[in-house]
Design a protein around this ligand. Sequence first.
Ligand SMILES: Nc1nc2c(ncn2[C@@H]2O[C@H](COP(=O)(O)OP(=O)(O)OP(=O)(O)O)[C@@H](O)[C@H]2O)c(=O)[nH]1
Ligand SMILES: [Mg+2]
Length: 201
Amino acid sequence: MYTLLSGFYKYLTQKDEYCILILGLDNAGKTTYLEAAKTKFTKNYRGMNPSKITTTVGLNIGQIDIQGIRMSFWDLGGQQELQSLWDKYYSESHAVIYVVDSNDRDRMHESKEVFDRMIANEYLSSVPLLVLANKQDLPDCMGVREIKPVFQEAGHLIGRRDCLVMPVSALTGEGVDEGIKWLVESIKRNSFARPPKTEDT
Ligand SMILES: Nc1nc2c(ncn2[C@@H]2O[C@H](COP(=O)(O)OP(=O)(O)OP(=O)(O)O)[C@@H](O)[C@H]2O)c(=O)[nH]1
Ligand SMILES: [Mg+2]
C-alpha cells in the first residue's frame, strides 16, 4: 500500500526537467541575467545585488519551475580559457541562451565568431537558440536591428532550429519574461527531438 501511495505521490509531483545553457563572452551579462530570471519567476526570491556579481569561474546553476516544468540553467564562465569547457555540456542541454553585450561594439565580431563555433557543434544541432542583445538600458548600445543581421549571417549553420534575437536588459529586467516564455514554448515543441529528464521534486 505504501509503495502504491508513494508511487502515486511521485507521479503527481515529478516534473519534466530541461537544461538550458547560458553562454556568451565574459562580461556579456550571463550571471546577471540568470539572477534577473530567478527573481522574476521565483516567489520570495530576492536576487543578488548586481554589483556583487563577479566573473564566473566554472559553473553557476539556477532553477525555475514554470508551466509544469523545471528549467535548470547552467551559466558557464565566458572567459576565453573557459570556453573550451562549454562543449562538455552540449549533449545534455535542451536549449542555449547566448548573451551578447550590445554596448561592446569592439567585441561584437569576436562574440559572433564564438557563436558560430558553438552552433557548429553537432551536439547542439537540434536545440533552440535564444540570442539576447543585452544591456539595452545603455544609451549608446547597438539596437536589436543592428545585431540581428550579424547573427543571422550564420543562417546556414542555424538551419531549422528555433532561433530568436531579442533585446533585453538583465540589469533592469526588461525583456526577461518574454525570453523565458519563448524558451518554454520552444523546448516543449522540441521535446520529441530532445526529451526532458524526469525529476522528482
Ligand atoms: N548596464 C548594464 N550592465 C549590465 C547588464 N547586464 C550585466 N551588466 C553588467 O555587466 C558586467 C558583467 O556581468 P556578468 O553578469 O558578471 O557577466 P557574465 O557574462 O556572467 O561574465 P563571466 O562570468 O565573466 O562570463 C557587470 O558589471 C554587470 O553589472 C545590463 O543589462 N545593463
Ligand atoms: Mg558570469
